[in-house]
Ligand binder design. Structure first.
Ligand code: NAD
Ligand code: UDP
Length: 331
């Protein structure tokens, strides 16, 4: 298939491009490089032996998208492009709504003009707000998002559902990711945020490397087994495989929703312990105040994806930690 991957030089997008190329798809990437680097295109080529077509362009740029669709006869889109820093979204709501929502509206309009109706959308577990219980199933209520980033995902899910109601040629998958961590086994691609990381795993790997002095654990008074937050960490390669599984399944029109997680919750302290076991490196930490907007527990029931797509996350927490560390060391 000829697939346009928006945000394809980013963290999850690059791992997905590798798997698409490995199974023989033609991959065209559009990315404005606001949070990634062009060298990722060469890294993808080194891993797969195939170079994806790359356009440095913004999804807000209708003309650029139009040219890409005309030139490549795109048959499906996997839409990763978006801004994703929760804290930044609170201070820059207009930028977040504009980039994520107007950008997606522009993409959808161009897709429609070119009779391309197959879309896989990167959503997030954040759309569940504070869930009434865990594990979270796809039929749990959405809403109650606590920041503009999460609200862009919530609104876009709604917009995409409305779109299908208006035109039943659309085949749309809403993938609600839990917490992707880890890196490709080649160490050529991985999570490489600029500046001080917001997310737990890249922070831990930088402490391990000595670039940052210690980890701050945000709260140890949550109602969890050890008081620290519990999340559903999933290896990014397993997450990427979920996109392939869903693409294989999108033969009919409709809107499908899947949780992509492991179904197991680990606490922040569990993750630190697993990292230490996997790498032999001690992670110094201190307990800090809770981070505003955080919830105690968030982990998935991924059984729908297994039942319907035949997809299941395979890799262990220690494998996730080891690959994240190998990537950090190599970069
Ligand atoms: P990322 O920042 O590494 O990748 C996103 C890519 O999109 C970047 O390369 C960036 O340069 C590009 N981009 C942003 N705005 C653009 C625009 N207007 N035009 C063109 N390119 C643009 O992020 P990621 O972790 O790979 O996340 C991919 C998607 O998955 C995002 O939509 C994110 O919200 C979603 N998601 C991520 C996580 C996570 O923990 N990483 C969890 C849930 C959902
Ligand atoms: N966390 C932490 N210290 C950090 C970063 C994160 O203790 O430096 C905790 C955070 O409070 C949450 C968990 O790690 O309980 C996962 O946070 P992350 O930002 O990675 O993902 P989120 O679940 O917020 O999307």
């Amino acid at each position: 298939m000829r697939i346009l991957v928006t945000g394809g030089t980013g963290y999850i997008g690059s791992h997905t491009c590798v798997q698409l190329l490995e199974r023989g798809d033609e991959v065209v990437i559009v990315d404005n490089l606001s949070n990634s680097k062009e060298i990722v295109v060469s890294s993808i080529e080194k891993i797969t032996g195939k170079r994806p077509v790359f356009y440095r362009a913004d999804i807000l740029d209708r003309e650029a998208l139009d040219t890409i669709f005309t030139t490549h006869g795109i048959e499906a889109v996997i839409h990763f492009a978006g801004l994703k820093a929760v804290g930044e979204s609170v201070s820059k709501p207009l930028e977040y709504y504009h980039n994520n929502i107007t950008g997606t509206l522009t993409l959808l309009d161009v897709m429609r003009e070119h009779n391309c109706f197959k879309l896989v959308f990167s959503s997030s577990a954040t759309v569940y707000g504070t869930p009434a219980s865990v594990p979270i199933r796809e039929d749990f209520p959405t809403g109650g998002t606590t920041n503009p980033y999460g609200t862009t995902k919530l609104y876009l899910e709604r917009i995409l559902s409305d779109l299908f109601v208006s035109d039943d040629r659309w085949s749309i998958a809403l993938l609600r990711y839990f917490n992707p961590i880890g890196a490709h086994e080649s160490c050529l691609i991985g999570d490489n945020p600029n500046g001080i990381p917001n997310n737990l795993m890249p922070y831990v790997t930088r402490v391990a490397k000595g670039t940052l002095p210690q980890l701050s654990i945000y709260g140890n008074d949550y109602p969890t087994h050890d008081g620290t937050g519990v999340r559903d960490f999933i290896h990014v390669e397993d997450l990427a495989a979920g996109h392939i599984a869903v693409l294989n399944h999108m033969t009919d029109a409709g809107v499908r929703v899947y949780n992509l997680g492991t179904g197991v919750g680990y606490s922040v302290l569990d993750l630190v312990a697993a990292f230490e076991r996997a790498t032999g490196i001690k992670i110094p930490y201190r307990i800090a105040d809770r981070r505003p907007g955080d919830i105690a527990e968030c982990w998935s029931d991924p059984s729908k994806a297994e039942r319907e797509l035949g997809w299941k996350a395979q890799r262990t927490l220690e494998e996730m930690c080891r690959s994240a560390w190998n990537f950090e060391k190599a970069n």
